[in-house]
Write a protein that binds this ligand. Sequence first.
Ligand SMILES: [Zn+2]
Length: 92
Amino acid sequence: MGRKRKRIVRTKPIPTLPTVFDCPICGTGKSVHIDVDRKINIAVIKCGKCKVQASRPIRPIEERVDVFGDWIDELLADENDNEDSAGSSAID
Ligand SMILES: [Zn+2]
C-alpha cells in the first residue's frame, strides 16, 4: 500500500496575450472580444460598442491576436474593394 504523496503542482506562468482589442469599425479601445471555440476551431469576434460581429476559422496554432490581425486585413481588403467599385467616398 503506497501512500499517496502530495504533489506540488507548480502553475506555469502563462504569457498574457491580449484578449481585447481596439475596434477598427467604431474606433473604441478595448471593445472587441474574441471568443475561441477550440472544439470546432471557430473564433467569434464581437465589438461591445458597435455590435459588429464576425466569425472566422482559427487554426490550432493561432491565438486571438492572430485572428484579430486576419480580420483587420480582411476589413481593409473589403474597404479597398469598395473604393474601387464606388469610386471616391467621402467618409470622414
Ligand atoms: Zn466597434
